[in-house]
Design a protein around this ligand. Sequence first.
Ligand code: AMP
Ligand code: MG
Length: 397
Amino acid sequence: MISIEEALSKILSEISVTNRELVPLEESLGRILADNVYADRDYPPFHRSTMDGYAIKSADYDSSKIYHCKKEIFAGMESNLDPGEEIVKIMTGAPVPEGLDAVIKIEDSQELSLENSVSKVKLNSDKIFYFMNIAVRGEDLKKGEFVLGSGTKIGMPEISLLASLGVDNVSVNSLPTVSIVSTGNEVVPVGSTPLPFQIRDSNSYSLIAILNRYNIKPKSIVLVPDEEIKITEALDKGLESDILLLSGGVSMGSMDLIPPILERLGVKKIFHKVSLKPGKPIWFGKKGKTVVFGLPGNPFSVQVCARIFLDPYIRSCLGMQISEPLRYVFYGKRKKKSSLPEFFPAFLETKDKTGLSSKSFNGSGDIRAGLFADGIALHPGEQAEILEGNVLNFFPW
Ligand code: AMP
Ligand code: MG
């Protein structure tokens, strides 16, 4: 049986889809940049006042002097000094006229009189320095400077920045197409009333949750009973997608029909079974451009396999970095019986520092197992017991 690391590396060597497309900026949230982004001009593009006040030349500042102010400059105005003009009234966001280099805020000024559009003003600031209350042209970004790398996910700060840079159509990596097939005579759709011996399909929704992170909407979601002909039909159709996600039917039971059917359909097995709990029976293979994840049916097994194997695969398809596990101390003790590495639901808790705690659950079929957890922690295979203070790998959901 191969290890988690070997399985992941085999999965990641089967990346096939990285086309790109242009999407309107407003539709780009959650998508992944296909290209690096550079600043199209300096930011700020001009010396920008960061206060409402008076722009002056710092070297001319004199708190006993009475200044004559003839002009008020607002954001969105071009600004120039007229000959002999010493100060201007200036509002936040307005360009500071050439020749002036500091802004004294309005609270530190006193307007003495206003006649013929000329106001007499005294300025009284307890400090003055070059570029006081001014955001200097290019201080945030220089024209041509690297801003965002390809593989970046577009969220709030990124979309705001792209808008500032004038990127109205964004080049993003195309999304893979995905089909989901769940098998099991006992599995019924969420909306139907299960008979006493039936259960509702929850696995499709765990998989949808992972796909949704990357804006991927599955092409099809189907439930099939454990019947060879129906499974064959569903898998054959599902193989038209870039990724086929299966749940159920990959263990050793007499109704676990998936692996032989996949092989009959020409899907090459890359591995079957990985040394981990839960999720040991996972099957992975490929036909043409399509990769197939055969996940075991238990809800927590699906969640673990989806987080540990599927999520990194999708990230790689989209040109994203794979998130490394976080490292946290463990609060409490945990024993395990088997020699397999074991994932368990864990939540973050802060005592003197932030660490991991766990709640007990009834195994991988427990529908609440993933709940109350911020993610899953790994109990290393070789360690029969983890003790308070041991440092563990943690994978946030
Ligand atoms: P299997 O891997 O097919 O042997 O299924 C293992 C367990 O997972 C069984 O108890 C199934 O009833 C359950 N199961 C299978 N498919 C689903 C599903 N789509 N949603 C929730 N539970 C499932
Ligand atoms: Mg089954």
